[in-house]
Design a protein around this ligand. Structure first.
Ligand code: NDP
Ligand code: 8X3
Length: 254
């Protein structure tokens, strides 16, 4: 089960696991994109794709979707909590409170809702695994990142605590923390300003969605006794969320 499968990492992760022959539960708000993904994956691979169209911020929508799912599958083996976003990039005093609400409600509360309501299905699996998509922004804070960084630091804390809480059930919890990756992330962050979004990756050879799909798949492919706790992956131009080399020479802030 992959949240945020309509774009970027989520779509690539769904594709990677489907290529391995795994059935997929793909979720997101854009129903047309979910249908396209289902058509593509079912035509390319011998798998079944269930699509669930809901907003992770809406607890009622999450519970209704999971109820629908419970009638269709016996268990969920792997949940990838990927749905998330950044909205805006500004100092705390200039921050837009609506943007803050969107990020906290999606990245933190949405992840909690999905995890809580899907867990009964994960507990029924013999190989339960939760993969949370964190970020380098949840490891090292960067200028103007304030609330986005805070939500990803929170995801990091949740991954650590979930791993403790779910030990008795044999459920693995992995935190995958990507650095700069060119998806729709910056277009969303800058509210459709594609030029501004492109400038984030200028002079870099950034990660792409397939890189993160490969990492998530690797984490999920370990033997039963091996749990990768935490993995941070950046492009070669980046050391952490602060130190980045552009045009092979210059070191600048994000
Ligand atoms: P994209 O914008 O390409 O994809 C984001 C996905 O999240 C979309 O499928 C979107 O689906 C879904 N989503 C957003 N809000 C909601 C919501 N309220 N309810 C349900 N689904 C939602 O970005 P990425 O693939 O890059 O981002 C995926 C994750 O990776 C995010 O958590 C992001 O914070 C994290 N990340 C991204 C990095 C990057 O540089 N790109 C680096 C580190 C982490 P829809 O709009 O259809 O609902
Ligand atoms: C996304 C990476 O550096 O754009 O989490 O915040 S960054």
């Amino acid at each position: 089960m992959v949240t945020g499968a309509t774009s970027g990492f989520g779509a690539a992760i769904a594709g990677k696991f489907a290529a391995n022959g795994d059935n997929i539960i793909a979720t997101g708000r854009r129903a047309d994109r979910l249908q396209e993904l289902k058509d593509k994956l079912e035509s390319e691979y011998d798998v079944k794709v269930i699509t669930l169209h809901f907003d992770v911020r809406d607890r009622n929508e999450v519970t209704a979707a999971v109820e629908q799912l419970s009638g269709m599958v016996d268990c969920v083996d792997i949940l990838v909590n990927n749905a998330g976003l950044a909205a805006g990039l500004s100092t705390i005093d200039d921050g837009d409170v609506d943007d803050w609400d969107i990020m906290v409600d999606t990245n933190l509360k949405g992840l909690l809702y999905v995890t809580k309501y899907v867990l009964p299905l994960i507990k029924k699996s013999k190989q339960g695994h939760i993969i949370n998509i964190g970020s380098t922004a949840g490891k090292v804070a960067y200028k103007n990142g304030n609330v986005y960084c805070a939500t990803k630091f929170a995801v990091d804390a949740l991954s650590q605590t979930m791993r403790i809480d779910l030990l008795p059930f044999g459920i693995k919890v992995t935190s995958v923390n990507p650095g700069l990756a060119e998806t729709e992330f910056s277009i969303v962050r800058f509210k459709g300003d594609e030029d501004k979004a492109k400038s984030v990756y200028k002079g870099l050879d950034p990660l792409v969605a397939d890189d993160i799909a490969d990492v998530a798949f690797y984490c999920a492919s370990q033997p039963a006794h091996v749990c990768i706790n935490d993995i941070t992956v950046t492009c070669t131009n980046q050391a952490n969320s602060f130190y980045i080399i552009r045009d092979s020479e210059k070191v600048k802030n994000v």
